[in-house]
Structure formats: structure tokens, C-alpha cells
Design a protein around this ligand. Sequence first.
Ligand SMILES: Cc1cc2nc3c(=O)[nH]c(=O)nc-3n(C[C@H](O)[C@H](O)[C@H](O)COP(=O)(O)O)c2cc1C
Length: 216
Amino acid sequence: MKILQLNSSARREGSHSTKLADRIVGRLRYADPAATLTVRDLALTPHPVLDEAALGALFTPAEQRTPEQAARVALDDALIAELVAADVLVMGVPMYNFGIPAQLKNWIDAIARAGVTFRYTASGPEGLLRGKRAFVALARGGRYRNTPADTQVPYLRTLLGFVGITDVEFVYAEGLAMGAGAEAQGLADARVQIEALLAPASAAERDAAVEEALAA
Ligand SMILES: Cc1cc2nc3c(=O)[nH]c(=O)nc-3n(C[C@H](O)[C@H](O)[C@H](O)COP(=O)(O)O)c2cc1C
């Protein structure tokens, strides 16, 4: 199994969404010790915005691109290659101003490539990525799960489905800015969600993991 971990918090230290993504990856590797891991941290290596120059590069045939245009397209190609190679995508996603971080949008603008990750047919769009699973660890200051203000989950589900990733699980850490007690509870709830999704092999391990999650 090949795991791609995508961290999108602007914080390199102390990010709850990254820590929860780490935990999901830990569970996946526990279940499959041979699993390989690629980490793409968008705070460490920010991806450039899809601007006019980038669009021009993408829509110029490869053999006609300038060296600068080829280099710009190559940046997107590298992200696509990482995603295509992965069996499991694990995303850490903070809520910023009721949406996803701009860096994550830049990543999405890079990997959504017509003819490569999706295509349009006479019957509509078709995702070209197959057989992948995704886990999305969400970190929020407030609580928006299952409310109209949660634009992240419908958007990410639609986007991932558009490129063919339909097996998607969301983990919610909410209320993280609502006081120390609410923060601790929100993180403990998220850890319990992870244990429920990726339970350890034995009942004893599961009990220990849940106790650890509740005590943390
Ligand atoms: C610029 C900024 C905007 C934010 N906007 C929201 C928001 O719209 N709704 C919300 O619930 N929390 C919001 N928060 C709180 C974050 O979602 C919360 O701190 C989360 O833990 C950040 O993710 P991280 O810990 O992975 O960095 C915002 C935080 C920042 C820094």
C-alpha cells in the first residue's frame, strides 16, 4: 500500500489537522507495516497559484512550451504523479474562513487535469483515478458538522469524486477555539472517530487505543 499524506495547514508546528492526519497514517501503517509513505506538506512546499501564466503554460502544447512554461507544468505533473501512485490519500484540512486553505486549492487546481485525472464523456464527467481511498482530517475552531456552513465536506467530496476517488471518510475535530475543555473534547472525539474507522487488530488493542484517545 502506498500512502500519500497531504498536509494543508499553514502551520508547520502545532497543527491539529496535521497531527490527526499523522494519526490516521499511523493506524494505516500499523495495519500494513509494509506500507510506504509520501508526505506532501503544502506549508513547507507551497504550490503556486493557477494564474494567467500557469494557464498559458498548461494550454500550450508540450513541444511548444518555453522552458519557464515547461517548468511550471512540471510542478503540477509532480503532484499528479504522487496522487496517481497512491493507494490511500490522507489529508489534513483546517477550516479557514469557512473554506479550505488556499494552498489546498492550489493543489486541487494542479491535480484536476483534463484527460489525466478526469475526462468529459457524452454522459458527463468521469473520474480517471481508480481504486483509491481517502481520509480527510478536518480541524475547526467552531462546530459546523452537518450544517450549511460546512462547505468543506461537500466540496471535497465532490472534487475527490470528480477525479474518481469516491471512498472518502471524514474525521472532524471541532470546537478547537471554544475554550480548553471544548478543544480537548474536540480532539478526543476526532481520535475516537479514527479508532472507529481504523480499529486495531485485536479487541485488547482497540480498548487500549480508545482509552488512550479518551485520556489524551
Ligand atoms: C486564518 C484563519 C481562519 C480561520 N477560519 C475559521 C473558520 O472560518 N471557521 C472555524 O471554525 N475556524 C476557523 N479557524 C480556526 C482553525 O480552523 C483552527 O484553528 C484549526 O485548528 C486550524 O487548523 P490547524 O490546527 O491544522 O492549523 C481559522 C483559523 C485561521 C488561522
